[in-house]
Design a protein around this ligand. Structure first.
Ligand SMILES: CSC[C@H]1O[C@H](OP(=O)(O)O)[C@H](O)[C@@H]1O
Length: 345
């Protein structure tokens, strides 16, 4: 099951708000539909929203193909600005947008139809490359997974969060394929429930043993010595290795540190942001309180009660055992050791 399909003309997005109860595809034919799908989290996951945005630019560029070159460039700027305003934390969104803008700048002397064709090819490359990158992440991470490991993971970092295979779930898939007989504790991950709804769905389809646990159970499981390692994804990794990821990740890292349990981050190098020195500079998306006050559209809290909804938190590099990427693994990440990955993204 993949988060999206590109048929050469339109982008089909799997509506992840409906999973696992219903498998419903949304056909997007313009940038506004893609932007709305990202904002409402019909499509989510750092690499997935980057790929979706790239195809949003393709469709917007095609609609402007008959404009004169200056107006075409102005329209591309408007399209990119719209997509950049959808969600602030995952750097992959901005990485994908910038990759296409740089391509256009490099080829500005071509005529508009030729530029549109280049944009299409680049978006398709972003998608196909992401799958290969995730398989490399899986291969680089698999040696860190002991046979029989009981793995705790948070949120969803699989095919539904990427163009396919996944990052942290990619490492889990690689360990499973290597015959390591792993089992997975999937944090439900309130409030969107990426773990209970999406990770459980993906691992069940792959016949990888998975048990859903509430976010509040992690400490108990660790104290009971039922967790051998934690592996999570990332939305933005600063130059010193500080990592922004789904809300609740920091709590897991503190618990893992206290219980001397390895804590791994798996992410493509497109998630690295060397423009910021530390996680303190990462903007944390604040989403609607309604998403906390309801589950599946059913209100669970009294009318009029407030709720907080930071969608991410930042884990200090000092709590991370290793950052696993397609270009290699940085153990005990810090500003010096992260330099190994600079320029590899
Ligand atoms: C493969 S990275 C997935 C990453 O994105 C998720 O956030 P969201 O579901 O809000 O897009 C979460 O932080 C995952 O680790």
């Amino acid at each position: 099951m993949r988060a999206m399909e590109w048929n050469g003309e339109t982008l089909l997005l799997l509506d992840q708000l409906q999973l696992p109860g219903a498998v419903k595809w949304i056909e997007c034919s313009d940038v506004e539909q893609v932007a709305e799908a990202i904002e409402t989290m019909k499509v989510r996951g750092a690499p997935a929203i980057g790929a979706a945005a790239a195809f949003g630019i393709v469709m917007g560029a095609r609609q402007a193909v008959n404009r004169d070159k200056n107006e075409f460039f102005n329209q591309i700027e408007r399209i990119c600005d719209r997509l950049a305003r959808t969600r602030p934390t995952a750097v992959n969104l901005f990485w994908a947008i910038q990759r296409i803008k740089s391509l256009i700048e490099t080829n500005a002397d071509l005529d508009v139809p030729q530029i549109v064709e280049l944009i299409r090819r680049e978006a398709e490359s972003i998608m196909t490359e992401d799958i290969a990158i995730n398989q490399s992440i899986g291969q680089n991470g698999e040696p860190y997974i002991p046979k029989g490991a009981r793995i705790l993971t948070h949120c969803n970092t699989g095919s539904l969060a990427t163009a396919g295979y996944g990052t942290a779930l990619g490492v889990i898939r690689a360990a499973h394929s290597a015959g390591k007989e792993i089992t997975v504790w999937a944090d439900e991950t309130r409030p969107y429930l990426q773990g209970a709804r999406l990770t459980a769905f993906e691992l069940q389809q792959d016949q990888i043993p998975v048990t859903i646990v509430t976010d509040s159970m992690a400490g108990h499981l660790m104290k009971e010595k039922k967790v051998d390692l934690v592996i999570v994804g990332a939305d933005r990794i600063a130059a010193n290795g500080d990592t922004a990821n789904k809300i609740g990740t920091y709590s897991l890292a503190v618990l893992a540190h206290y219980h001397h349990i390895p804590f791994y981050v798996a992410a493509p190098t497109s998630t690295l942001d060397f423009s910021i020195k530390s996680g303190e500079q990462i903007e944390i998306e604040q989403r609607s309180a309604d998403e906390v006050l309801s589950i599946g559209g059913i209100r669970i809290a009294p009318p009029g009660v407030a709720a907080l909804h930071p969608a991410f938190d930042v884990t200090p590099h000092s709590l991370i055992t290793a950052i696993i990427t397609e270009k290699g693994v940085v153990e005990s990440p810090d500003a010096n050791r992260m330099e190994y990955l600079r320029g590899k993204g």
